[in-house]
Design a protein around this ligand. Structure first.
Ligand code: SF4
Length: 243
């Protein structure tokens, strides 16, 4: 069950924002991952300072970008450190025509390429070894609100394999695709774009003063809707043989 931070008004019920909904989903998926690992007897080999996966293409839902934005705004010093890193990432992409074209293609299909094309994009990006702009001294500077794709990526093989290949590391079976749940919820409940977007692009856009926050909505219908979305994603993953 999602348990986000909520605001209530005695006259008009309980309201929930998209960022708070993401916060609840993060808690939920963390518990699911812990349960799954315990059941499978898996102990991740990921450790602080081990950040090879932070050079992979990270795609997030617009709602996650709002949660990260709120976190950055609550830490006054953080954006001063992060903005030059985001700019460096943007410059590196702009100077690389193949990467620029790939990100445009990704934008064109709203983050949902067909699987073969998606694998080609992931490999192309990974070969560039671009640091995630939120990686500071080999640690995640937004760890409490890190994206679902980062939370769900846990490795149980020798961590040295992670910087050698995309395919060699053995993962922990902790992929639940909550970014899809957040994407579906963002669109259906808050009118956000139904897309998954490269992390630096999504956060830069969420931080823009020109982007209006969707209004919080009444919480009563949210839990049931989100449970249905999780079930649909779970069934989809099972059909793909992933979960
Ligand atoms: S958000 Fe954090 S965990 Fe995810 S890739 Fe960036 S630095 Fe790594």
């Amino acid at each position: 069950m999602v348990q986000p931070t909520r605001t209530s008004s005695p006259t008009s019920g309980t309201f929930i924002s998209m960022a708070a909904l993401v916060e609840g989903l993060q808690t939920d998926v963390d518990h699911r991952i812990a349960d799954r690992l315990q059941r499978l007897g898996h102990v991740p080999t990921c450790a602080p300072g081990c950040a090879a996966c932070c050079r992979q293409l990270v795609l997030i839902s617009p709602g996650e970008a709002q949660a990260i934005r709120d976190f950055i705004r609550s830490r006054q010093d953080l954006w001063e450190i992060l903005e030059p890193r985001v700019e460096r990432w943007e410059q590196a992409v702009n100077l690389d025509s193949e990467l620029t074209e790939m990100l445009l293609d990704l934008d064109y299909c709203e983050g949902f390429p067909d699987p073969e094309e998606g694998a080609r994009m992931e490999l192309l990006y990974w070969e560039r070894r671009l640091d995630c702009p939120f990686l500071v001294e080999e640690r995640c500077s937004i760890y409490p609100v890190r994206p679902f794709s980062c939370r769900e990526h846990l490795v149980i093989s020798d961590p040295r394999l992670c910087s050698e290949s995309l395919d060699l590391p053995q993962t922990a079976g902790s992929r639940f695709e909550y970014r899809l749940v957040a994407t579906f919820a963002g669109e259906a409940l808050f009118g956000l774009q139904n897309a998954i977007i490269p992390l630096p692009v999504a956060v830069r856009s969420a931080l823009s003063e020109l982007v209006e926050d969707p209004s919080p909505i009444l919480a009563e219908a949210v839990d049931q809707w989100v449970e249905t979305a999780k079930r649909k994603v779970r069934i989809g993953l099972a059909q793909l043989g992933i979960a």
